[in-house]
Structures are given as structure tokens and as C-alpha cells.
Design a protein around this ligand. Structure first.
Ligand code: 26Q
Length: 811
């Protein structure tokens, strides 16, 4: 007798539930069921993982090490089941056991070990590297607390801890036997031994790094990869000497200090003050990672001479910069290599991806802090900096401004980006425009010295998750039209959908799918937040971290404008619209928090206003995160990608909206430029100043006060903002920021007033287009069909071909 796949799965689940929790299915809670299913799926992947590792070693393949302080993984159960091809039987088994499968998927907490774009990018890339069968490992910290949970109380953001590991632990395999020791503080001692200089660190504090591995499944492949998360433990969990001297508290204190390193993810997504704990986190995960990589390399090859031929280390922004001096330290101090040889191997191994051009966001650390925390690393940085400066002086004939711009050490600070560009084998930006700005502006003198180092890899997203998995209706329509499921492995196949743009029946099917998705999202939002939204209104969405440069405030200004227009003429016929905002503000970023408060004041004013009823609605979605995005993207119709041109490095949320058929209202910034190349003016709503115009307007003296005094609409909007909406909250601070400039930053630094007119005009065009349902659906099809460029598979193939020189499955 053959047993069905579902029955087999059901058996695996019941057995695991009994072994692990001592329960039968009727006794198990949803959380226990999530954990049980995770363990069953993990078992399956663990077998492939051992096989993959064997094969990689046997074939002496080049390996990729992707270092990032953030991996915003989200949920894994449905994703892994999907990639392993066992999703149908998992659903069937759960239903047969008396559970609602979607409730179980919904009960899994997000692994939210990241802030936003950079962290989610790392997660999408791990999936793509695995699907393309690249032997790759991700490395990060096993934070006990991920990004905070956001509650909105009386319109204010309140942060709560995110204890994801209670359930999320089921995905992790601790490997205590592969622990590494990381040293902090101490004094560097140098002495001679057999004619060789030796360096040791004395009196340092030891912290143990214990790896917890999360296995990553690829799509339609047995190849698996691992995300290695380092957990900080004290090297001496029970220091008996302290206990016996009665210093119980001191022993516990030591332990707490060491373990605080992996306690919490920093919730700032732009560099602020150089916090000592953040530096410790960076060195902790970098040192543990490099020790582990070098150890494994030596075990396979017995030599470090070919290290760069067999390993590529990609660093996600400057946060893991200390890999550079750490590699040098291990090569020289531990393995006795000369400086020149160590430098030659290091600079052929490490590549750097930049994610920002904003000066204030480029990481700088105080020299004294680095010297105190990691003294040997500091010495090595000084030597790298000295040699680099010599090279620059020679190249630029001692031109002081250029040498200062290029310096790694300056004014008591270590400039991490400069260290990365000086030492990296490649430097890349994350969209065409961004990479050009890196060459022309941020790193222009570096570029003149080494033009061949600079590359562009436009970001991409995991289209299997962000389309097929979350939007099964659209997935089915695409498969029907393109004739197969080939697009899942070859995203360029999506192009075949383009020729259906004028097909009335496809347009109608697409519209029906969108409406269904809007209804499901409305239900979800009601369940989560008790908010009612109308699925027949236009869903206009801005979901991303809260930042002034992303200009949520411009969106708000425009909604206030519509609100005032309705009040001027209550009989005005307008397209009913629901404006959805989702955004976390860094806890210390007061302006961002004020903007959240403003959105909530506006939402309430509109809610209580009979003139706006059934026409305008504003909702602030609480706790925007990966799993909320998965419900949201399929339902969105318009995506607001409206940053000040030149500021958003790429923007990946917008790619998810596009793939799910939303149209974009946006500026020519980041990846919008590539989007516009694909779509043309007729298939997106472009507005605003271009990057070069922003620069020249600022240079010539931008005057927002003049716009305020000459434009009645803007004056009314800002005055209303200052006075608030009658709930006792006034927003004078935001008003002043736009008109006066506060605390050293210029008035309206992000040019909201300059772009307002053009933005309002784009919204008018948008509403007009929305009125023509056939046209809107046609444009939506073009957006979906042309979004294949933004697949992570394409981006990863470029990294593999142009930077890592690593083999991969062709796409
Ligand atoms: C640095 C030092 C100390 C504390 C925090 C940080 C820190 C943490 C996170 C600095 C930056 C970040 C995250 C940046 C980020 O998410 N950048 C976004 O990266 C995306 C992927 O490339 C781009 O699409 C976005 O344009 C970019 O803003």
C-alpha cells in the first residue's frame, strides 16, 4: 500500500509533536504546532544541508560569505515548504489534523533581525544564492530581541520588545562545538621569537561566540545554505573564583556584560552616535565569522595561500568593515604571514556594497573608542591608513584637499567607508543612479584612482516569496497566460505576460484578483487593528521606514490639501481613496515620531468629518513588518516612492508593489530610474525635481518661504499643520522645519515645497487614469510583466559573475 504525501507529512507532525511536547494534535496550541511543523521541515533540510556541504568541499568550490548585521527573514514555514515543494501536503496534513493551515502560518512570529531595506535585501539574497546553487553562508548576530514591536497609543509610537526566539528557535541548530572566542580590550605586547616579531594580546576579556545555524532552502534544488547567527556567551559561565570569594554579583555581572552583545538589534537605520555596544557587536560577529571561515579553509586546503581563490567576502554596508583588519590580524599574528602577503590576499577577498550617499549616514568611529575596545585592530587600521595616505599623496601630488577626502583616519575618527573602498576588491552601489553618484561625488577621488573597482548591481527581491507565495491568484493568472510556471525560476519569463495588456478578459481577471486581495487585506486589518476600510476605494500605500528624506510628510501635505478642497466644495466629486501608511521611527528620531503623530491626528480628523465620509480615509498601520507587507503588497494599487531625488539608494519595497500590479507615483530616484526606463512616462506617475536639479537648486539658494508666501494652497496646508486638527496636538515644530530650519539643518532640507505642485499634478493624472479601469489594468499588466528585472536571481547572478567570480546555476 502506498501512503500519500499528505499522510506521510501528517505522521511526521504527530510523531514530532509527541516527542517534543508530549502532546497529541487535539492538545496542541497554535504556537506548538508552528514549532512542530518547523522542526519537521528543518529535519528535511538538515539532511540536504549535510549533502550540500560534502559536495562543496569535495568539488573545492569557491564559497561566498555574506556578512550583514541584519537579516530580516520574516516567517519561514510557508516559505520553506513552498521552496521544498511540500506546501500542498503540509496544508492538507494540518487541515486533516483539525487546524486551519493559514492560522498556523499566521501564528509564526517574524524573525525580524533587521530594520528595513538593507536587512530584507540580505534575506532575499540568501534565498537567491541558494536557488542558484552558490555555496554561500550568511553571517550575523543571533539577537535576542529583533526590531521593536510598534504600538500606537493615543497617536504616539510606543516601542515594545520583540521576543522572537520563543517560537523562532525551532529553526535554529546550535553548534556549540564550533564556537569561537572573541577578545576585547587588553594590551598589545610585541616580542621577538626565533627572529620573528610576535604579537599577543594580554589581559583581554574573552567572549564566546556560539553559532546557531538557520538552514535556507532554495527553489527546486536540493542545495541548501546556512545563515549562521552568533550568540554571545561569557567564556566562563561560572567563574568559581568569584563565587568562592563571595563575589556572586560580580560573576553574574561579567556574564551579563558579555551576553549583552547579542541582546538587541540597534533600531536606528542611519548611523547616529558611535555607541560602544554597537562597536562591540560589529567586532564580535566579524571576528567570530572570520575565525570560522579561516579555520574551515585551513581544514580543507591546509594553506591560506589560495584563500582569495576559494572565498569571497561580501560586506553589506560598512557595518562589517572590521573584517579587513581582522583578516590581516589572523593572517599575520596567528599564521605568521608578512604584511604584504596578508594585504594582497585580504584585498582580493573582500567586496563592499554601499547603501547610502547621505554624508551624515556614513559610519565614523572615534579612534580612542576603537583603540580601547580592540587595540590590535586599531594598530592595524593605523598602518593601513598610513600606507594608503602615502599612496594617495603620490597619486595626487600631495594635493591636500584630495588627500584629506581620501583619508581613512582623520580628525580623531576612523572613516569606515574609506577603509572599505581602499581595501575592497569591488565597490558597488544598489541602483544605476546611486552607483553614478558614488563615482561622481561620494567617492570621486577614489574612482579616479581605481575606476575598475566601481560597479553597479541594482537591487532585487525574492519574487517567489513576493509574488508567487503571497499572491496565489496572480501567480495562477501569470502561469495561465505565460503557459507554465517557468517564471518562478526564470523571472524574465514574466515578459510574456506583457502581450496580454490589451486583452480585455485578462484585464478583468486581474481586476477581480486585485479586488479579492483588497477584501482579504481589509479583513486582515480589521482583525489586527479594528479598522474598517472600503475595498472599493483606491488603496494608496506608503510603507517603509520613517525618514524625512522618504517624505511621508509630502504625502501628508497632499492629503491635507484634498481635505481642504473637499471643505471648500463639499459637492466636489473625487475618487474615494484610502491612504495607508506603515512605518517605524527610530526611537530617538523625534521628528519622525512627530510625523507619525501628525498622520494619526489627520486620520482622526478625517474619520470624524462627515464631509470626508466615503471619500477619504487615512490609516496608520501598526507595526509594519515583513509579514504585514506580505498581506499588503497584493492589495496595493498605488505605491508612493517619493523620496527627494538623489537620496534613496535604491528602494526595494517599490519593486514588491510593482510585481503585485501596483502603479508607482514617484520621483526619479533610486531604482525608480530603472523602473521608468522599463515603463516609460505612460506607465508610471513621475514627478518632481531630478537629482541634479536638487543639487543646483540648493547651490543657488533654495527659498521655501517664498513658495509659502506665493502659493495659497501651500500656505493653507502648512498653517493647518501648525495649528493641528483640534485634538490638542499642534505641529509647530514640523512647520518650523519646513520654513525656518531648526538645529543647524536648513529649512525644508528635503524640498517638499519645491516638489508639491508637481506631486499634486501627478496625483491628478493618477486619479484620472484610475477612472479608466481598462487603462489602469493595462498599465498594471505592464508593471507586472516588466518587473522581472527586479528579481534577486538576476542581481545575485551579477554579483557572482562580476564580483565573486563564483559558479552558479544559469537563469
Ligand atoms: C549604523 C551604525 C550604527 C547603528 C545603525 C546603523 C545602520 C543600520 C541600518 C545604518 C543603516 C542601516 C540600514 C540602511 C538601509 O536599510 N538602507 C537601505 O538599503 C536598501 C537596500 O539596498 C536600499 O534599497 C535603500 O534605498 C536604503 O535606504
Amino acid at each position: 500500500m502506498t501512503i500519500s504525501k499528505a499522510a506521510y507529512m501528517e505522521r511526521a507532525i504527530t510523531d514530532k509533536l509527541m516527542i517534543h511536547f508530549g502532546k497529541t494534535p487535539d492538545q496542541a496550541s497554535e504556537s506548538e504546532m508552528v514549532k512542530t511543523c518547523a522542526l519537521v521541515i528543518r529535519d528535511q533540510m538538515a539532511i540536504s544541508e549535510v549533502e550540500t556541504r560534502k559536495k562543496t568541499l569535495k568539488n573545492h568550490k569557491k564559497q561566498v560569505h555574506y556578512l550583514s548585521l541584519e537579516f530580516l527573514m520574516g516567517r519561514s514555514l510557508m516559505k520553506n515548504a513552498f521552496n521544498l515543494g511540500v506546501l500542498p501536503q503540509l496544508k492538507e496534513a494540518l487541515e486533516h489534523l483539525g487546524f486551519n493551515a493559514s492560522d498556523i502560518f499566521e501564528a509564526e512570529p517574524d524573525a525580524a533581525l533587521g530594520n528595513g531595506g538593507l536587512g530584507r535585501l540580505a534575506a532575499c539574497y540568501l534565498e537567491a544564492m541558494t536557488t542558484l546553487e552558490i555555496p554561500a553562508t550568511g553571517y550575523s548576530i543571533c539577537y535576542e530581541l529583533g526590531i521593536f514591536k510598534q504600538k500606537i497609543i493615543d497617536g504616539y509610537q510606543v516601542e515594545l520588545p520583540d521576543n522572537w526566539r520563543e517560537v523562532g528557535d525551532a529553526w535554529l541548530l546550535p553548534k556549540p562545538e564550533e564556537a569561537e572566542e572573541v577578545l576585547f580590550g587588553g594590551q598589545v605586547q610585541q616580542y621577538w621569537e626565533n627572529g620573528k616579531a610576535r604579537v599577543v594580546l594580554e589581559g583581554a576579556t574573552k567572549v564566546t561566540a556560539v553559532p546557531c545555524d538557520m538552514i535556507i532552502a532554495g527553489y527546486k534544488t536540493k542545495h541548501t545554505n546556512v545563515l549562521r547567527l552568533w550568540d554571545a556567551k561569557t567564556a566562563m559561565p561560572v567563574d568559581m573564583s568569584f563565587y568562592s570569594r563571595g563575589e556572586y554579583v560580580k560573576a553574574v555581572e561579567e556574564q551579563a556584560m558579555a551576553e549583552s552583545i547579542s541582546k538587541v538589534l540597534y533600531p536606528e537605520d542611519k548611523h547616529s552616535e558611535g555607541k560602544s555596544l554597537r562597536l562591540k557587536q560589529q567586532y564580535f560577529f566579524v571576528s567570530a565569522t572570520i575565525q570560522s571561515v579561516v579555520r574551515k579553509h585551513l581544514a580543507t586546503y591546509g594553506t591560506l595561500d589560495n584563500f582569495h581563490e576559494k572565498n569571497a567576502i561580501q560586506i553589506n554596508d560598512t557595518h562589517p568593515t572590521l573584517v579587513i583588519p581582522e583578516l590581516m590580524r589572523i593572517f599575520m599574528d596567528v599564521h605568521g604571514m608578512s604584511w604584504d602577503k596578508a594585504w594582497s590576499i585580504t584585498t582580493k577577498s573582500v567586496a563592499y556594497t554601499n547603501h547610502t550617499v547621505m554624508w551624515e549616514a556614513l559610519e565614523r568611529w572615534s579612534q580612542t573608542l576603537i583603540e580601547r575596545r580592540v587595540p590590535r585592530i586599531y594598530q592595524i587600521i593605523c598602518e593601513i591608513a598610513r600606507r594608503w595616505q602615502e599612496k594617495c599623496e603620490k597619486f595626487y601630488n600631495n594635493d591636500e584637499t584630495k588627500v584629506r577626502d581620501l583619508a581613512i583616519l582623520w580628525d580623531g575618527e576612523v572613516r569606515m567607508a574609506n577603509l572599505c573602498v581602499a581595501a575592497g576588491m569591488a565597490v558597488n552601489g544598489v541602483s544605476g543612479l546611486h552607483s553614478e553618484i558614488l563615482k561622481d561625488d561620494v567617492f570621486k577621488y577614489f574612482y579616479q584612482m581605481n575606476p575598475e573597482k566601481f560597479q553597479n548591481v541594482t537591487n532585487g527581491i525574492d519574487h517567489r516569496r513576493w509574488l508567487a507565495e503571497i499572491n496565489p491568484g496572480l501567480d495562477a493568472l501569470i502561469q495561465e497566460c505565460t503557459g507554465s510556471d517557468k517564471y518562478l525560476s526564470h523571472a524574465s519569463e514574466l515578459q510574456k505576460f506583457d502581450k496580454f495588456a490589451d486583452d480585455k478578459s485578462v484585464q478583468e481577471k486581474l481586476a477581480a484578483i486585485k479586488l479579492e486581495n483588497k477584501k482579504s487585506f481589509a479583513e486582515y486589518l480589521y482583525k489586527e487593528q479594528g479598522v474598517v476600510i472600503d475595498p472599493n476605494s483606491l488603496f494608496d500605500v506608503q510603507a517603509k521606514r520613517l525618514h524625512e528624506y522618504k517624505r511621508q510628510l509630502l504625502n501628508v501635505m497632499h492629503i491635507i490639501y484634498l481635505y481642504q478642497k473637499l471643505h471648500d466644495d463639499p459637492n466636489l466629486v473625487i475618487q474615494p481613496q484610502t491612504f495607508l501608511f506603515g512605518a517605524k521611527a527610530a526611537p530617538g528620531y523625534d521628528v519622525a515620531k512627530r510625523i507619525i503623530r501628525l498622520i494619526n491626528s489627520l486620520a482622526k480628523a478625517i474619520e470624524n468629518d462627515p464631509v470626508c465620509r466615503d471619500r477619504l480615509k487615512v490609516v496608520f498601520m501598526e507595526n509594519y513588518r515583513v509579514s504585514l507587507a506580505e498581506h499588503l503588497m497584493p492589495a496595493a494599487e498605488l505605491s508612493e516612492q517619493i523620496s527627494t531625488a538623489g537620496k534613496e539608494a535604491s528602494g526595494t519595497g517599490n519593486m514588491k508593489f510593482m510585481m503585485n500590479g501596483a502603479l508607482t507615483i514617484g520621483t526619479l530616484d533610486g531604482a525608480n530610474v530603472e523602473m521608468h526606463d522599463l515603463l516609460g512616462d505612460e506607465n508610471m506617475f513621475l514627478f518632481g525635481l531630478h537629482a541634479d536639479e536638487v543639487v543646483s537648486m540648493k547651490r543657488e539658494g533654495y527659498n521655501p518661504q517664498r513658495i509659502y508666501s506665493q502659493d495659497d494652497r501651500i500656505r493653507r496646508i502648512l498653517d493647518q499643520m501648525r495649528n493641528g486638527f483640534g485634538d490638542g496636538e499642534r505641529f509647530e515644530g514640523l512647520y518650523n522645519r519646513l520654513l525656518m530650519g531648526v538645529g543647524g539643518s536648513p529649512a525644508d532640507d528635503f524640498m517638499l515645497l519645491a516638489d508639491f505642485d508637481s506631486y499634486a499634478e501627478a496625483h491628478r493624472r493618477m486619479a484620472e487614469t484610475y477612472h479608466d479601469k481598462a487603462l489602469w489594468n493595462k498599465i498594471s499588466i505592464h508593471n507586472i510583466a516588466r518587473s522581472g528585472l527586479f528579481a534577486a536571481d538576476r542581481a545575485i547572478a551579477q554579483y557572482a559573475d562580476n564580483i565573486w567570480h563564483a559558479e552558479h546555476k544559469k537563469i
